[in-house]
Design a protein around this ligand. Sequence first.
Ligand code: CP
Length: 335
Amino acid sequence: MTTDTGRERQRDAAGQLRHLLTLEGLTREEIVRLLDQAQGYVRRPGELPARDASLAGRTVANLFFEPSTRTRVSFELAAGRLGADVVNLEMLSSSRIKGESVLDTIYTLQAMAVDVFVLRDAEPGLPAYIARHVAPHVSVLNAGEAHLSHPTQGLLDALTIRQRLGDTAQLTVAVVGDVRHSRVARSAWQALATLGVGEFRIVGPPELMPDDGEFRGARRCPILAQGLEGADVVMALRIQRERMAEARIPDAHTYCREFGITTESLKLARPGALVMHPGPMNRGVEISGEAADGPQSAIQQQVANGVAVRMAVLATIVRHSQAQTPPATTGRTVG
Ligand code: CP
């Protein structure tokens, strides 16, 4: 399998988004359109959720080869609220263990008329690989690809910032912690760089910084005070021990003292700065409970926006794929 990000592959012959594999290559207009559509699906707490029939008669399959709470449940809710049938496969315990290839699993589900595959995997390249092989009317949505890409997370983070602070063009956004292993940071950077951002900072110890050449244009800050000074948005990242071949950080207490987002360290940022975290959180490591639950926190709003963004993405992708002709057979496609 290659590590094709799918930037070109995600469009059909007319240039429309048929899959969502990465935010790389999306135009500002496309991102704004998705955020506007997502905003239309947002409801106040306590109101009934938005629903429409954009996916009526369609089937969405969630295949998560890595654990997920927020992304998997929000894709399930989003598809259901648009009228789709949804199937959730227990991929952590099934097909690969029995020896079936992922592609055979995909062809099996495609034969049962699945129209959209939502994929999460620890291995780079799976979403683009599957997109190369599915039938022309079938779409693939990346729900988290190794450390590389989490496009719907990037969109929901951009939507949350826009809702709370308006236009992103003048804002300073500081992403703090394990940037090296973070698909969230990469997709947030892609979304905000395309929308326009005043300054994007990546903040963390040298061993958790991405390689030179990544995050071109972002400011690298090896000291927390430097990274938070005057920041409008502070996004804490989870330490991703599962992606580290060897321990890259000192003990949790030392890490929290040096890079933790706490009510004390937040005083370094702009007063009232927005606090974000993609979840799941390690309270007391990258963020304190007080900062996570305090008045500056937008963490629950991020979660709520996840459903709205995934509804917008599903509705957009399916609208474009309606132009494609379903095959008469199971539709095996040679990439
Ligand atoms: N933010 C995020 O991807 O969370 P989950 O791992 O719970 O889906």
